[in-house]
Design a protein around this ligand. Sequence first.
Ligand code: SAH
Length: 214
Amino acid sequence: MIDYSDKRRRMVREQIEARGVRDLAVLKAMEKAPRHLFVPEVMLEQAYEDSPLPIGSKQTISQPYTVAFMTEALELTGNEKVLEIGTGSGYQTAILAELSKEVYSLERIPELAKLASKRLAELGYKNVQVRAGDGTLGWPEAAPFAAIIVTAGAPEIPEPLLEQLEDRGRLVIPVGDKYSQTMIRVRKRGQETARESLGPFRFVELIGEHGHRE
Ligand code: SAH
């Protein structure tokens, strides 16, 4: 039998701590969440490798470091209502569920949304809602959110997401062209927003009304 918890500890030490992620709660969540249960069965062996992996429908589960980096950037304390755009496998959703009060997650591809929702329920995550739909429009009925994370590459920051961000909230989103993006963190203060660049990344496209065209 493969010792997945040992693989996870090594993943956290060698891929995540080694690259500078320091938030202990994030490291603990990454050590706990069973990433191997979020990848296709044929990829089990690769689940804890330092790379994204295919999850079907031409989409990927993000590299572990990317998940840790973005989660740390959200500065979660445990009390937040979080919006996630791009559920994909549901792995990032599970990490968010460990570190916040409630997670609302939107996925464009219905089959992926369904699979992730089932998986998260089976694993016992009760503070998560997954819905199929265009995340560039946000989730108005559940707004405002203290934190919003977008895990697909956007041509620009979707206006509805800025509107649905609460005062003092954080939005983390990769923005750029189809081939490379810069991770941006937006902080809202009243009606003002401040933007910071957090470095280069590469994601699949965010497709939707305020994203790339299909
Ligand atoms: N966090 C996920 C990443 C999946 S890849 C994981 O680690 O598993 C990005 C996902 O964003 C894909 O599943 C893609 O279908 C989805 N996506 C792209 N555009 C979207 C949109 N407008 N709304 C919701 N999801 C979108």
